[in-house]
Design a protein around this ligand. Sequence first.
Ligand SMILES: [Zn+2]
Length: 126
Amino acid sequence: MKISKQERQIVFEKYNGKCAYCGCELKKGWHVDHIEPVVRDLKIVNGKVTSLPTCEKPQNHTLGNFNPSCASCNILKSSESIEQLRRKIAQFVNSLNQYSTQYKFAKKYGLINETEIEVKFYFETL
Ligand SMILES: [Zn+2]
């Protein structure tokens, strides 16, 4: 989906060059996130998934719906809403307790201190 250089600069400055989600300094290759997702149309060619230039919700491709994001937060968020992303991250501790032997041992030996804090995104702390 197209975005002009000028719009990209406006998005970059929205949180002073920081990721709206984790708050890290944005580096080369940062992403423009759609806060309300556009849900890109995909196709599979030779077993590889690629994005088409079309999407399910083109009405969400507006400057007011853009957030600056580091690549990893944007890839994690994928086609989800902010609340879905928050629930996904909150579930990580459960997954680690269920599936990660290293995590369980680190916890058993006191290296991990779990909290019940709510997932807060950088833009919500400003
Ligand atoms: Zn981030």
